[in-house]
Design a binder for this molecule. Structure first.
Ligand code: HEC
Ligand code: HEC
Length: 342
């Protein structure tokens, strides 16, 4: 009888651990309908229609995101410049180091809710997540590698053909599949569980200061940083000045003077960990961000209309606004094991 109990317990334990494991896998399986948070708008139309999200595709995409062989001298991966604990930005760095210590010309943006963005990079130079990786991979100052060589390197590896088979049905490794897998990983980086989200879902309440900050945010900032994504995914001139690299932003793409110094509005989710700020990392902290908006030159004809009025906050209001911005930090996202290098 005693033995029978032990045997039964043994089977129950095996059964339950494998069940839990499966369940874990299930919670990691990023189906598009699953990754859209409640009450959010739809992501970019058809974004995963020809690249169906699957657990194996996501896993391969993650492997590639952290794969240094994507760079010429096998030293840099996507995660070198996009670090999870900093919401996939390169915290502390105005510009990022690529191969041979060369520097990028812009600040590495956080990678948050990219599936909702149909214009990528600070100037919108790229319009789809499935082509975006070609930019850092081939840029001389980033990874400086050719797809052809990457395919050769990965084909020689004993694991990759198996992973491509799991994700795409056979062992063929090609550019299209590499890009699709990366898109599955990057597109699944959804942050939607900050204190702000919990307050919106009625799970907890803002304190008095946060609530005051939220009101100030809605009347001064939300026109370009609207909820729930905290970006309108559009380009505006918010008063940043021309830097020494002569970065003119959207104008460099459209060649129209009206687009001078217009940059894509960054999300403010996880803003406490994505410093330094702006396209060139020229603003170091949130206090200085608020001062930037207070000190904007209203005579600058290029300044966005929405900012052409005096903005000023009392010391207390500034504190409240910053406390509100702190509620956008999503520790579940920053520490989600399924986004981390294995
Ligand atoms: C050397 C640093 C570096 C590396 C390596 C790097 N990136 Fe980036 N990433 C940047 C910078 C800088 C930008 C902004 C470029 C611009 O605006 O011109 C950027 C922009 C992006 C964007 C657009 C985000 C947005 O909000 O518009 C995505 C997506 C992205 N990177 C994904 C990747 C992937 C995937 C890889 C690996 C294949 C990668 N990056 C490798 C520095 C890097
Ligand atoms: C007219 C549109 C507009 C308004 C209004 C606006 N912003 Fe911005 N914001 C932008 C743009 C555009 C950028 C990026 C500019 C750049 O990179 O040079 C930006 C950047 C930022 C950043 C840096 C984000 C990062 O990741 O680098 C913060 C923080 C920020 N804004 C907060 C605010 C706050 C707080 C307010 C209200 C006081 C506000 N914004 C109002 C357009 C706007």
């Amino acid at each position: 009888m005693k033995h029978l109990v032990i045997i039964v317990l043994f089977f129950i334990s095996i059964f339950s651990t494998s069940w839990i494991f499966k369940d874990n896998k299930l919670t990691q399986q990023p189906r598009i309908e699953k990754i859209i948070p409640k009450n959010w708008p739809q992501p970019v139309k058809n974004i995963f229609e020809k690249n169906r999200l699957s657990a194996d595709g996501f896993f391969l995409g993650k492997k590639l995101f952290y794969e240094k062989r994507l760079s010429k001298n096998n030293t840099i991966n996507c995660g070198s410049c996009h670090q999870q604990e900093f919401a996939f930005s390169n915290a502390g760095k105005d510009f990022s180091k690529g191969v041979n210590n060369s520097l990028t010309k812009r600040n590495a943006p956080a990678l948050i809710n990219i599936a909702w963005m149909n214009q990528l990079h600070w100037d919108g130079a790229i319009n789809h997540i499935e082509v975006q990786p070609l930019a850092p991979i081939t840029a001389k100052n980033e990874m400086n590698e050719q797809m052809k060589t990457i395919i050769q390197k990965l084909s020689k590896d004993k694991n990759y053909p198996v992973l491509f088979k799991k994700a795409f049905g056979d062992t063929i490794i090609n550019s299209k599949r590499i890009l699709k897998a990366l898109a599955q990983f990057v597109g699944s980086l959804v942050s939607s569980n900050s204190k702000y989200d919990k307050a919106m879902n009625g799970k907890l309440f803002f304190n008095k200061t946060e609530l005051q900050g939220y009101q100030l945010f809605k009347s001064n900032c939300a026109s370009c940083h609207p909820e729930p994504l905290f970006t309108d995914n559009d380009f505006h001139n918010n008063g940043t000045s021309l830097n020494s690299l002569h970065d003119i932003g959207l104008q460099g793409i459209t060649h129209q003077s009206k687009d001078s110094l217009k940059f894509k509005v960054p999300t403010l989710r996880n803003i406490t960990v994505t410093y330094p700020y702006m396209h060139d990392g020229s603003i170091k902290n949130l206090n200085s961000i608020i001062e930037h908006y207070e000190n904007n030159n209203l005579l600058n004809p290029m300044l966005d209309k929405k900012l052409q009025r005096k903005i000023s906050f009392t010391k207390q209001e500034k504190k409240a606004l910053i406390e509100f911005l702190f509620t956008l930090t999503d520790n579940d996202f920053l520490r989600n094991r399924s986004f981390a290098k294995e």
